[in-house]
Design a binder for this molecule. Structure first.
Ligand code: TA6
Length: 310
């Protein structure tokens, strides 16, 4: 069973606009409202590919109730910790093939709510094979809160896929207990090591072999349309993907996390893990809804993905 953790969920509102003009009225017809936040996008895709998945995290207020209602409507098992403040909205304005995201910071978590979640997690971690932790930490949580969660998962022998950025990721990388997988993009890698990182193979091999990443089994670096670069223990891979028509890229990183988590849960070989991760990211980008894949096209795309050990 796979458990997804979304500490800062949201109702994601996507506006598809032919044109977008500042400082004036933009009326929109094509609106998508989805129970979002990275971890819930991961959850929805895992459910779509037939995985046994449960969603947890913090939820509060009317917006939180909408999130739970939408998950239940999609037959997605969830077990959140209720908080006093309101869950957030995140806006994606999609226009001219571009995506402008406006992400609210989200609710402030009270100290007792933070403690409640750790106790809740200790209970629900039984018979979990893989935990996928995604997204930003809400206000009120210490920047090492993910360290606590990773330590708890490792205590139960659970594999951890961690998709976050900034200080929260840095604290985990500097801690004793390492996640099984991290999925930074080149921008997040650059932020971590304090210098620009390109998609050059030799440069990426050197960066991912650095001290900061020691002890992490998988590092999957998103290269956007250029595919993925990955390190699995002492092996390196470059994954090339076919060109696709991108409708809404929001949630593609989360769909990639779903592919990784599902492949880990089934102990699939490296090449299959990397192909599953990339095909789900591409399928999501071809759909208007965030965190949604149409599996009808998966076999064709899967066959066009090239994985090369470098
Ligand atoms: O990855 C896309 C997305 O899930 C958006 O739908 C929006 O919810 C955003 O990420 C939230 O990101 P954050 O890092 O604040 O958790």
């Amino acid at each position: 069973m796979i458990l997804t953790i979304t500490l800062n969920p949201s109702v994601d509102i996507a506006y598809q606009l032919d044109t977008f003009h500042l400082d004036t009225v933009n009326r929109v017809e094509n609106v998508q409202k989805t129970a979002g936040g990275k971890g819930l996008n991961v959850t929805r895709v895992l459910k779509q590919i037939g995985e046994d998945v449960v969603a947890t995290g913090f939820i509060g207020g009317e917006i939180g109730s909408y999130v739970k209602k939408q998950l239940t409507r999609n037959d997605i098992k969830n077990s959140f910790v209720e908080i006093g403040n309101e869950t957030r909205n995140c806006i994606a304005i999609l226009h001219d093939g571009q995506q402008t995201e406006i992400l609210e910071q989200g609710p402030t978590i009270q100290e007792h709510e933070a403690l409640n979640f750790i106790e809740h997690l200790e209970i629900i971690l039984n018979n979990v094979d893989v935990v996928a932790i995604s997204g930003s930490l809400p206000k009120g949580l210490a920047s090492n809160y993910y360290v606590e969660i990773v330590e708890l998962c490792k205590k139960y022998g659970v594999a951890v896929v961690l998709d976050c950025s900034g200080e929260a990721l840095k604290k985990v990388l500097e801690s004793q207990q390492k996640p099984t997988v991290i999925k930074p993009n080149t921008e997040e890698l650059s932020q971590l090591i304090g210098k620009d990182v390109t998609d050059d193979t030799q440069e990426l091999k050197a960066v991912l072999s650095g001290q900061l990443f020691q002890g992490i089994e998988w590092i999957v670096v998103s290269l956007g349309a250029k595919g993925t670069f990955a390190k699995h223990n002492d092996k390196f891979y470059r994954v090339r993907i076919p060109k696709i028509n991108v409708v809404n890229p929001v949630g593609s990183g989360d769909s990639t996390v779903a592919g990784i988590a599902a492949s880990l849960a089934h102990a699939l070989p490296d090449v299959e893990l990397l192909k599953n991760a990339n095909v789900l990211g591409m399928l999501n980008a071809q759909e208007e809804q965030t965190g949604y894949v149409n599996l009808e096209h998966s076999e064709v795309l899967y066959s066009q993905i090239e994985v090369e050990e470098v």
